[in-house]
Design a protein around this ligand. Structure first.
Ligand SMILES: [Zn+2]
Ligand SMILES: [Zn+2]
Length: 349
């Protein structure tokens, strides 16, 4: 079969011929219907070096995948060949306290995981191929009616990651509150939809690109702001009494966006860093509003994936998708890199 593989750090991916996987006991092979191209893959190709993460190339790219069950290993029950499924991407040990409640991204027994702190497309072979080997059937989540694998694939990361980041702040987003989405890219445009579908907050979207803001507006953002020097002030002015945003979700994570988030946040608000832009934010007694909580988040839990797939099946959250064939995957990454890609690229092998 054909697979788009990352041959080493600081290198371009290559489309090569590899052997079709076969499932061992407890494993599942999924025929890929869609594999999302994630901005983090660009960091894998261009920025990471040995030692940055606890795994290394070569491996097949693609960590947001959906398709159909193709083959079941010995002992797997509850799944049928041909059934449409999503692949839960972070693969932990399955037995530690985090994994037991479906929070594999924060697995505390990395030595017991199939790859420490990774998954398919992140150290092990992912979904940018005709088939993907999933090392444990618990990572295979049946799709609800009304959702096909191309639509489902981006929900497993571009949907799940913002869903988790928003869900953990739900208690700070009652009617009358304000949520700010910084960066309306692959994750941010889904974040706007999730905020509209699951909270009554007023949603403000911020980006440098007019097209991205138009996209956010189309998904129901109440206000869109082209980021500039006055953006923090503009956000404050748009909140009752100028008090600031209850929750800021930074899908960029650069120095400038973190500073903007801290300047725009309300006291007791949340500033959640989702983007891996590598920026830093000085935190000290007077540098951020009182009791603002600042946190990073990484991906989401398996129960949250089931919830986000439900939102997708009901049409409440629909990532904007551009599809590419496997041989055009490199093109998709190029468009993502130069900022000309709208929404999410999904590779259809
Ligand atoms: Zn990703
Ligand atoms: Zn674990």
């Amino acid at each position: 079969m054909r697979a788009l593989r990352l041959p080493g750090w600081k290198s371009e991916p290559e489309l090569v011929e590899v052997a079709e996987p076969t499932p061992g006991p407890g494993q599942v092979v999924v025929r890929i219907g869609g594999a999302g191209a994630c901005h983090s893959d660009l960091h894998l190709m261009h920025d990471f070096e040995a030692g940055a993460v606890p795994w290394n190339p070569p491996f097949t790219l693609g960590h947001e995948n959906a398709g159909w069950v193709h083959a079941l290993g010995a002992g797997v029950t509850g799944l049928e060949v041909g059934q449409p499924v999503a692949v839960y991407g972070p693969w932990g040990c399955g037995t530690c306290a985090r994994c037991r409640v479906g929070v594999d991204p924060y697995c505390e027994n990395l030595a017991g995981a199939p790859v420490p702190g990774g998954g398919g497309g992140l150290g092990l072979d992912g979904g940018m191929a005709e088939y993907e080997l999933v090392p444990d059937a618990r990572h295979v989540v049946p799709l609800p009616d009304g959702l096909d694998p191309v639509q489902a694939a981006p929900l497993t990361d571009a949907g799940l990651t913002p869903y988790h980041a928003i869900r953990r702040s739900w208690h700070k987003l009652p009617p009358g509150s304000t949520a700010v989405v910084i960066g309306v890219g692959g994750l941010g445009h889904v974040g706007v939809q999730i905020l509209k579908a699951t909270t009554a907050a007023r949603v403000i979207a911020v980006d440098t690109r007019a097209d991205a803001l138009k996209l956010a507006e189309g998904y129901g953002a109440d206000l869109t702001l082209r980021s500039g020097e006055r953006t923090a002030e503009e956000i404050r002015q748009a909140t009752p009494g100028g008090r600031g945003a209850d929750v800021v979700l930074d899908f960029v994570g650069g120095d400038a966006t973190l500073a903007l988030g801290a300047a725009a946040a309300r006291t007791v608000g949340d500033l959640t860093i989702v983007g891996i832009g590598g920026g830093t934010l000085p935190v000290s007694f007077f540098s951020v509003p009182y009791e603002v909580s600042i946190q990073t988040t990484y991906w989401g839990s398996r129960p949250e994936l089931i919830e986000v797939l439900d939102l997708g099946a009901r049409g409440l959250v629909r990532p904007k998708i551009t599809t590419f064939g496997l041989d055009a995957a490199v093109d998709a990454y190029r468009q993502m890199r130069d900022g000309s890609l709208e929404g999410r690229a999904v590779i259809v092998p």
